[in-house]
Design a protein around this ligand. Structure first.
Ligand code: NAP
Ligand code: 8YV
Length: 334
């Protein structure tokens, strides 16, 4: 990781205390934390509960991943916690309202991963419509010689609906514009500065799309936003791409729709109970299954680690964060 400080210069308002590393993190981030701050790795403690009971009041900041967050029981065991720093843009695993009520600040890593997640969404969309991974399996099985691979579906010029036109949704739209697709979107608030058509609901979005791409935030507010009804509106010729969170889709309804061919296919980077993938999907050639890798490039993960470290370091030296999450509202992820 570049740009890590040599010294630990603090201001009078800087919090004093330990940094708690909640889960395994990017190695370079772990090294920076251990080098520049008194850091305790919770996962190294055979008796985590005992450690927290004895030393929980020494912890000033917690560093965690978007997948793990800081569960409520852990938050409660840290009475002097001042900041929760997430490695990742999603933070629905941490109860931000509960944290804020205690005066705990929360940060995430927006923007630095947007390009890679959007790239992967477009890759997944092309893969599932042109059946690239399926065709690769076909060649490897030795099926090419006797038979030609079945015809697939053209991507360029199709109608694509994006659910959640935030940073990643916009980046997906910008990329797909180069394919001459017709773009529409749905989010709770219509966006002023885009030429794409606004759909009033996820169902209306799906009904007018050949492909539904999910890029909305996770959490209670979007739980099962893509319901059986929305999948029915997408229809048997429709494709689904999900790079957001498994919780946004009713996964049981999705599995049935795919198995019964009520939608044409899906590219899925995220699942409801990761790393568990519903068994019926493993049998389907119409589904691309990815192990939550949308941000997983060397460049992006290093940039995420660097931003997470800078947030932590700023908090421990000046008492503020660089990229705090927006104020918690009733509509916030959680
Ligand atoms: P963002 O800029 O905050 O965008 C989130 C979008 O979701 C906004 O357009 C928001 O619009 C929309 N939204 C929220 N609640 C909604 C609802 N109930 N109905 C419809 N739309 C809703 O966040 P981002 O940086 O683009 O990231 C988006 C999400 O991608 C993250 O939260 C994370 O879960 C996921 N992600 C996944 C990976 C991966 O590895 N697969 C990597 C990074 C991020 P409104 O507020 O107007 O509704
Ligand atoms: C990471 C993500 O896989 O940023 C997010 O919200 O889901 C991904 O970038 C994850 O955060 C790693 O903890």
């Amino acid at each position: 990781m570049t740009g890590t400080p040599d010294t630990l210069a603090t201001t009078p308002s800087a919090p004093r205390g330990t940094v708690l590393q909640v889960c395994p993190l990017l190695p370079s981030l772990e090294t920076a934390l251990a080098t520049h701050h008194r850091t305790v790795r919770l996962t190294d403690r055979s008796d985590a509960a005992g450690y927290l009971a004895e030393h929980g009041d020494e912890v000033a900041a917690a560093v965690t991943s978007a997948r793990i967050g800081v569960p409520n029981d852990l938050m409660d065991a840290l009475p002097r916690l001042g900041a929760i720093v997430h490695f990742g843009v999603g933070y629905e695993t941490t109860d931000v309202r509960r944290a804020r009520a205690r005066g705990i600040e929360v940060s995430n890593t927006p923007d630095v991963l947007t390009d890679c997640v959007a790239d992967l969404a477009v890759g997944g969309l092309i893969d599932v419509m042109r059946r690239l991974a399926a065709a690769d399996r076909y060649v490897r099985r030795g099926d090419w010689i006797p038979n030609g691979f079945p015809l697939t579906t053209k991507v360029s010029g199709k109608r694509v609906g994006i659910l959640g036109l935030g940073r990643i949704g916009r980046a997906i739209a910008q990329r797909l514009a180069g394919f001459g697709v017709e773009l529409s979107y749905h989010s709770r608030t219509a966006v002023e500065d885009v030429p794409y058509r606004y759909a009033e609901s996820p169902r209306a979005l799906a009904a007018d799309a050949d492909v539904l791409v999910i890029a909305a935030s996770g959490g209670a507010g979007t739980h099962h936003l893509v319901s059986a009804d929305v999948l029915a509106a997408l229809g048997p010729e429709g494709y689904l791409v999900n790079v957001a969170r498994g919780s946004v889709i009713d996964e049981a309804a999705l599995v049935s729709a795919l198995v019964e061919r009520r939608i044409a296919g899906a590219a899925l980077d995220v699942f409801a109970n990761e790393p568990r993938v519903p068994a019926p999907l493993l049998e389907l050639d119409t589904v691309l299954l990815l192990p939550h890798i949308a941000s997983a490039t060397h460049e992006t993960r290093e940039a995420m680690g660097e931003l997470a470290f800078r947030n932590l370091h700023r908090f421990m030296t000046e008492g503020t964060l660089i990229t705090p999450v927006p104020p918690a509202t009733e509509e916030s992820p959680r």
